[in-house]
Design a protein around this ligand. Sequence first.
Ligand SMILES: CC(C)(COP(=O)(O)OP(=O)(O)OC[C@H]1O[C@@H](n2cnc3c(N)ncnc32)[C@H](O)[C@@H]1OP(=O)(O)O)[C@@H](O)C(=O)NCCC(=O)NCCS
Length: 171
Amino acid sequence: MTEILPLNQIPAADVERLLDAAFGADRHRRTAYKLRAGTKAIPALSFAAVDDGALIGTLQSWPVVLETPSGERAPLTLVGPVAVLPALQRGGIGRMLMTHMLTVADAGAADALMMIGDPEYYGRFFGFTADSTGGWHLPGPFERHRLLARTSRAGGVPSAGVIGPDIGGIA
Ligand SMILES: CC(C)(COP(=O)(O)OP(=O)(O)OC[C@H]1O[C@@H](n2cnc3c(N)ncnc32)[C@H](O)[C@@H]1OP(=O)(O)O)[C@@H](O)C(=O)NCCC(=O)NCCS
C-alpha cells in the first residue's frame, strides 16, 4: 500500500537517486534549481510516496520571492520537482502527492503557489494556470506557458517582477 510521509523522514541520498531517475542527472542546470538556490525545502509541504518501505515518489516545495520593479517583495511557494519512479508513472502517485500537498497548503500552509510544469497535467488536475504569470521573470530560460501559479491570497500577487530564492524564508 502506498503511503505519504514527510520527506524529511527519507534519506537525502534516496531522494536524489529518485530525482536522477525521473529527470536525468543533468537536472541541476534547470532554471527551477536557480530559483531555489541556497534555500531549504519547506518541511510541511514536502512529501514522499512510499510503498512497502520503498521510495517511489517525491514532492518538494521551496520558499521563493517575487520582487516587483518598485521593490515590493511577495513571498511565494515554489512547488517541484514532483517525481515518480519511471516504472510506476501514470499510476496515480503524482496525483496522490499533489493532492496531499494542496490539502496542507489550502489549510493555511501556503496561499500562493508557483511552479514550472506541464499545464496539461498541473492545470487539468490541480488548478495551476499561466494566466497571471505573463509579467513574471526568472533567472534562466523557461517556456512561458509552463510558468504556472495557483493562488488564493487576499489582494492577489503582483503581476510583474523577478522571482528568486527567498533566503531566510520559511525554514
Ligand atoms: C509528471 C509526473 C509527476 C506525474 O505523476 P504520475 O504518477 O506519473 O501521473 P498520475 O498517475 O498522477 O496522472 C496520470 C494522468 O496524468 C496524465 N499525465 C501525466 N504526466 C503528464 C504530463 N507531463 N503532461 C500531461 N499529462 C500527464 C496522464 O496521461 C494521466 O492521464 P489519464 O488519467 O487521463 O490517463 C510523473 O509522470 C513524473 O515523475 N514524470 C517525470 C518528471 C516530470 O516530468 N515531472 C513534472 C515536472 S515538475
